[in-house]
Design a protein around this ligand. Structure first.
Ligand SMILES: *Cc1c(COP(=O)(O)O)cnc(C)c1O
Length: 396
């Protein structure tokens, strides 16, 4: 391998770029995880993570990738044979449902064409039909990373309430936590699952699970076997009442503390607005190229990732290969049934206008090199939006 000068552009939708501040924070000597210095760090981090979830509920932190958080959510609240409502709306939603099936749950799946999120109306209908209340939980993905479609959670909450159904609402926020607004308490979400390596700008290795009072009550009688993922010792640690039940990913906690500092300095709402803006600029470019986003519903556009179809008969993986080799940039691949049909531009985490401009330039040059039919001018359209030139032109 020859040396490739300059930074690699890691524009997959997670793991994301880890900023230098966080890398430096992680590069510390390892501490005694039962000692007093650690106890203070643990208490601080568990407290300061709650506002990112917009919750007063405890947030548990497991040494795992996000998938572990999925398992933790299921095994603590459900019993063998319980019915769960899941969605064939994208690769991650399907994988969560598949995990539920492996754990012995009775999985009911509502489908879409993978271009929109679960519809509040379909959920309301499924719950209204379930008069016996067999459905115990709804497994919803907030931001479906495989197709760039975001669920309208507050509307789905209202649909559940209209059906007057007691199922627990579980929400995967692995690729939206810290990049899209998520209001656990206001939206009445019972279990929120997050991960460290996307919006939170850390390496992979921390899984977050926040649980409402209703979910914690369900955990008292749930019968699925649980050991590593058990909430009880984690809740005690989150409350500051006891040490963690096993060795935490100590150095990632230093990084998380730094990430929380950065989010507080920028302001959580400003972070969200920055993501909305970059997503809009990206869609401006896609439209100017004459290409289609996978997401077909404007009210469900993701603000952290944009998935783009290549025209029929062309290879998205071939395009990604050219872009990686020529410009040292990684884009996300199409997953599951979207394999080779789409490429995904991650625009989340520690990211700014010029990084987006570089990213879109790499895509536009790659489209030409890979001979994917498109119009030029996508980058320009994005720059006009980012610089405000577009608004001035429209106003004039
Ligand atoms: C990345 C991702 C996952 C998987 O998380 P891991 O950390 O890879 O286990 C699950 N759901 C969504 C929405 C994701 O984006």
């Amino acid at each position: 391998m020859t040396y490739q000068a300059g930074r690699h552009f890691l524009q997959i939708p997670g793991p994301t770029n880890v900023p230098d501040r966080i890398l430096r924070a992680i590069a510390q000597p390892v501490l005694d995880h039962r000692g007093p210095v650690w106890a203070r760090l643990q208490a601080e981090v568990f407290e300061r993570i709650r506002p990112v979830f917009k919750t007063k509920q405890p947030v548990m932190i497991f040494p795992a990738s996000g998938t572990g958080g999925w398992e933790s959510a299921l095994v603590n609240t459900l019993s063998p044979g319980d019915q769960v409502l899941t969605f064939d709306t994208g690769q991650f939603a399907v994988l969560w449902g598949t995990m539920a099936r492996k754990l012995g749950l009775d999985v009911k799946m509502l489908a879409t064409d993978w271009r929109r999120a679960p519809s509040p109306e379909a959920i309301e209908a499924a719950l209204t039909e379930d008069r016996a209340h067999k459905i115990k939980a709804i497994l919803l993905v907030h931001n479906e990373t495989s197709n760039g479609v975001m669920s309208r959670v507050s509307e789905i909450r209202k649909a559940i309430d209209r059906a007057n159904h007691p199922a627990l609402l579980m929400l995967d926020t692995i690729s939206s936590l810290g990049s899209a607004d998520m209001r656990m308490d206001e939206w009445g979400v019972d279990v929120v699952v997050g991960g460290s390596q996307k919006g939170l700008m850390l390496p992979a290795g921390l899984a977050f699970v926040a649980a409402s009072e209703k979910a914690r009550t369900a955990a008292k009688s749930a019968k699925l076997p649980r050991a590593f993922w058990d909430w009880e010792p984690m809740l005690a640690a989150a409350d500051g009442k006891s040490p963690l039940p096993y060795t935490p990913a100590c150095n990632l906690f230093y990084g998380l503390k730094e990430a929380l500092d950065m989010i507080e300095e920028e302001g959580l709402e400003t972070v969200f607005a920055r993501h909305v803006r970059h997503a809009k600029a990206t869609r401006r470019a896609v439209r100017a190229w004459g290409l289609d986003t996978v997401c077909a519903e404007p009210s469900e556009y993701s603000q952290s990732v944009t998935a783009v179809f290549v025209p029929e008969g062309h290879s998205a993986d071939g395009l990604r290969k050219v872009i990686l080799e020529r410009f040292n940039m990684s884009l996300g691949a199409g997953l599951g049934r979207l394999g080779d049909k789409v490429f995904r531009i991650g625009h989340l985490g520690d990211f700014n206008d010029l990084m987006l401009a570089g990213t879109l330039s790499g895509v536009e040059m790659g489209l030409s090199l890979a001979k994917v039919p498109h119009r030029s001018g996508g980058v320009l359209a994005a720059l006009e939006y980012l610089s405000g030139t577009e608004e001035r032109r429209v106003a004039a």
